[in-house]
Design a protein around this ligand. Structure first.
Ligand SMILES: NC(=O)c1ccc[n+]([C@@H]2O[C@H](COP(=O)([O-])OP(=O)(O)OC[C@H]3O[C@@H](n4cnc5c(N)ncnc54)[C@H](O)[C@@H]3O)[C@@H](O)[C@H]2O)c1
Ligand SMILES: CC(C)[C@H](C(=O)O)[C@@H](O)C(=O)O
Ligand SMILES: [Mg+2]
Length: 369
């Protein structure tokens, strides 16, 4: 049996535990059928942690995440915690993990499965065969910039403010990842900012241009304003290969890209650090969607974004490309056979629940080996 893979499970809130339950089934399947030795532990994050400890993640869980070979996270948040003070809100737990683990490279692939071409709200020919990768910088920008807050104004009234900050080092390390991804893919990077309006956007463009000229002149680089990118994603998404962008624009553009694939329930993600002094890359895998409070607890969620995130975990953290390919093939076959959760349903098909989708995938994996 191979070395144990230390995997920390953080199911979180809402549909998080439901979709992560389906990943558990896959882990059991891999353990039984492929002799993989997972050392699985579980922790609390988000509202689930707030209920137990009055914070969004504990120091112990952050340490466990740092020590694990990989973290799988479900989702955090929900209306019941909307009035909790910001530092203890569910989302703060996720942000703390990203920051302390230094997961600056957030890979958000948007791939349209052939079987789902008709699930997209866009025309068939616009999305068929789509395969783009968004590289979202995840540990800086306006999400973490200082100063931020709400203050009284001297003459009365108040102001609320956040700060967009990027150092050249932060831009460069994210851009390296984007260019390296493009090398293995279609050889093209669109760097996306608002250089026309923001100082930090202009700076971003200059830094990326310089790095490109010095080290990646074999890669095609185009610069694009973020508003135009949002429009182009809907007009002609197949022009993109890798999109390199900052934390906030990456958040918006990846939700937009999700809908090209048919549903937010289809978009996986990997968040990676650089190599530490021992050569270890810290990693967290999570679906792009949130806790979906509107459908939580009803067995309605699509678990495929989380399952595809686990496939990325097998590929990037555990060096198990064969198993990742198998899982991806299983998802493709299940969709090809017309198995659908409600969010990706097409005319004439019957929707099944989250757990049944997990079971259908396991049955498919049994057929594949
Ligand atoms: N990474 C995360 O944990 C994460 C990401 C986004 C939002 N959130 C949080 O989640 C909460 C709800 O946010 P929101 O409603 O804006 O976004 P959301 O992604 O939770 O839901 C948006 C819509 O998409 C649907 N949806 C999402 N995932 C789905 C799935 N797997 N299957 C089927 N349908 C799905 C929901 O039902 C909803 O209609 C908020 O507290 C937000 O902060 C967390
Ligand atoms: C929940 C929230 C903090 C998070 C973000 O804004 O980054 C989410 O929307 C995401 O896309 O992962
Ligand atoms: Mg988001």
């Amino acid at each position: 049996m191979s070395d144990a893979k230390n995997l920390l499970f953080l199911p979180g809130d809402g549909i998080g535990p439901e979709v992560m339950g389906q990943v558990r089934k896959i882990i059991e399947w891999l353990t039984k059928n492929r002799s993989v030795n997972f050392n699985l532990s579980e922790g609390l994050v988000g509202g689930a942690c707030y209920e137990a400890h009055k914070c969004a993640v504990t120091d112990e869980t952050v340490q466990d995440a740092m020590d694990a070979d990989a973290v799988m996270l479900g989702a955090v948040g929900g209306p019941q915690w909307d009035n909790v003070e910001r530092h203890a809100r569910p989302e703060a737990g996720l942000l703390r993990l990203r920051k302390e683990m230094d997961l600056f490279a957030n890979l958000r692939p948007a791939v349209v499965f052939d079987a789902l071409v008709d699930s997209s709200t866009l025309k068939n020919e616009i999305v068929q065969g789509l395969d783009i990768m968004i590289l979202r910088e995840l540990t800086s920008g306006v999400y973490f910039g200082e100063p931020r807050g709400v203050e009284d104004l001297p003459g009365g009234g108040q102001k609320g403010f956040d700060t967009q900050v990027y150092t050249d080092a932060e831009i460069i390390r994210a851009a390296h990842v984007a260019f390296d991804l493009a090398k293995k893919r279609g050889g093209k990077v669109h760097s996306v900012e608002k250089a026309n309006v923001m100082e930090s956007g202009k700076f971003w463009r200059e830094v990326v241009t310089k790095l490109h000229a010095e080290q990646y002149s074999d890669i095609k680089l185009e610069h694009m304003y973020a508003d135009n990118c949002a429009m182009q994603l809907v007009r002609n998404p197949k022009q993109f290969d890798v999109i390199l962008t900052d934390n906030l624009f990456g958040d918006l553009l990846s939700d937009c890209a999700a809908m090209l694939t048919g549903s937010l329930g289809m978009l996986p993600s990997a968040s990676l650090s650089g190599k530490d002094e021992n050569g270890k890359v810290r990693a967290m895998y999570e679906p792009v969607h949130g806790s979906a409070p509107d459908i939580a607890g009803q067995d309605l969620a699509n678990p495929l974004a989380t399952i595809l995130s686990f496939s990325m975990c097998l590929r990037y953290s555990f060096n198990m490309a064969a198993e990742a390919d198998l899982l991806d093939q299983g998802v493709q076959n299940v969709l090809g056979a017309g198995v659908r959760t409600g969010d990706i349903m097409q005319d004439g098909m019957k929707a099944i629940g989250c757990a049944a989708m997990g079971d259908a995938l396991i049955a498919e994996l049994d057929k594949l080996v």
